[in-house]
Design a binder for this molecule. Structure first.
Ligand code: N1C
Length: 395
């Protein structure tokens, strides 16, 4: 700090320091060997900042924690060339001031004192001109940083566009497993629901053209609804044909597990940076599932099944899609009964007498019969893995 203070305040140091210049300043009255000390004694001690310097000049410079002096980055580490606290001259720094100092030690009479004076001098003069080498590495570092930034931006852009491409590829590939549909047309109907829109302002109705393109067909007595049992129910329906979930229909299947959204002013579909399920109510994913669940429940008919989770205290949660949308859409003109399969584990916390299930019964239209069966998860899994077993025997 002190050195930096001196550098800024001493008019002598602002000039390019040379042995000749300093000698002239001394009026040739000082010897080259005591150039630092005596020059200052004669000319500069009237300046308060340099009085400080004078009194301080026998004090070795203080190194910052990184081993660098804080004002010019000079290396203050012990140097074999300059002694215990010597300043190692920077390679490539060729100010004449340094030349003078480097040459002078043999001629300095007072070994310790002059060595310290020399340190101060070298510290203060060695780096007055910015070293060319440091400047060069600065330029190289800047170029490298800019290049790195460009690479990062390009990679990021490619990754994002690839992700969006992946979404379309997945959509089309899943869609093509269903025969008799124009998957490109369905993709376009899907896109129009969210592209160019605020991702928090996509209403359920935005998907009506999509639902019109691939409508949900009634599958009486085979329709399976679920809540908080996604894995076990799909494990079951993947292996057995006797039940059909929303994810087994074309639209449910193409979008299952995917995330998507648009952005205002953009014609793209994004698959990252989209709002989460609870971030805002009208996000494109939530609106799709709400719309699809409504449409799927609207066509429910005959005996309907719902697989609920017996390992949680509220298997019929009022905030679930099943409770808040589907059950409300079951119409007694079409639906004869709702059969709840309560999937339990060893230490089940819930059974068919659960309070939330009583709420479910009350929610149902009069005229829709209600049944509840507790079924061990292992029994459902056994049934999933044994296609020969008749579905009626599973619970
Ligand atoms: O809120 P939930 O269950 O009760 O919703 C399940 C219910 C099912 O009967 C489906 O018909 O609602 C329908 N449904 C899906 O088909 C579906 N597929 C994937 C609702 N949500 C669906 N998802 C995702 O599961 C959805 O993105 C959301 O995150 C969960 C909701 O599952 P949940 O709470 O277990």
């Amino acid at each position: 700090m002190l050195a930096s203070h001196r550098l800024r305040n001493s008019k002598g140091y602002k000039k390019t320091p040379t042995s000749v210049g300093i000698s002239k300043k001394c009026g040739y009255s000082c010897k080259i060997s005591s150039i630092v000390g005596e020059c200052l004694d004669i000319h500069d001690l009237r300046q308060p900042s340099l009085k400080l310097h004078q009194s301080d000049r026998h004090t070795p410079p203080t190194a910052s924690p990184g081993g660098k002096d804080s004002w010019n980055g000079a290396n203050l580490a012990t140097s074999p060339r300059t002694g215990a606290h010597g300043v190692a001259p920077q390679i490539g720094v060729r100010s004449r001031a340094q030349f003078t100092v480097n040459k002078s030690p043999e001629r300095l009479p007072d070994a310790q004192g002059s060595s310290l004076r020399r340190e101060n001098f070298e510290m203060e003069h060695g780096d007055v001109r910015p070293p060319r080498r440091r400047r060069r590495s600065c330029v190289i570092m800047s170029i490298a940083t800019v290049l790195l930034l460009i690479v990062v931006v390009v990679v990021l852009a490619l990754t994002l566009s690839q992700k969006a491409d992946n979404l379309k590829r997945t959509f089309i590939a899943r869609c093509e497993k269903f025969q008799g549909y124009d998957c490109q047309k369905i993709w376009v109907a899907f896109e129009q629901a969210h592209v160019g829109r605020d991702p928090c302002n996509v209403p359920m109705e935005a998907y009506d053209p999509l639902f019109a393109e691939a409508p949900f067909k009634p599958a009486c007595n085979r329709m399976m609804f679920w809540s908080k049992t996604k894995d076990v129910v799909h494990d079951f329906t993947e292996n057995r044909d006797c039940f059909l979930t929303l994810e087994d229909t074309l639209l449910g299947s193409v979008l299952d597990g995917l995330t998507w959204c648009g952005k205002k002013g953009s014609s793209e579909t994004f698959s990252s940076g989209c709002p989460g399920w609870k971030d805002c109510e009208k996000n494109p994913v939530r609106s799709f599932w709400n719309g699809a669940s409504t449409a799927f429940a609207d066509v429910a008919c005959g005996d309907v099944t719902a697989m609920l989770n017996g390992s949680i205290t509220t298997p019929f949660s009022p905030t679930s899609t099943f409770a808040s949308i589907e059950v409300k859409r079951f119409n007694s003109m079409r639906v004869e009964s709702l059969n709840v399969v309560l999937v339990t584990r060893k230490n089940a916390v819930t059974n068919c007498t659960n309070a939330s299930l009583r709420n479910l019964q009350e929610e149902l239209d009069d005229g829709i019969k209600y049944n509840c069966t507790e079924v061990a998860e292992s029994q459902v899994l056994d049934c999933s893995s044994d296609p020969e077993k008749p579905c009626g025997a599973c619970w």
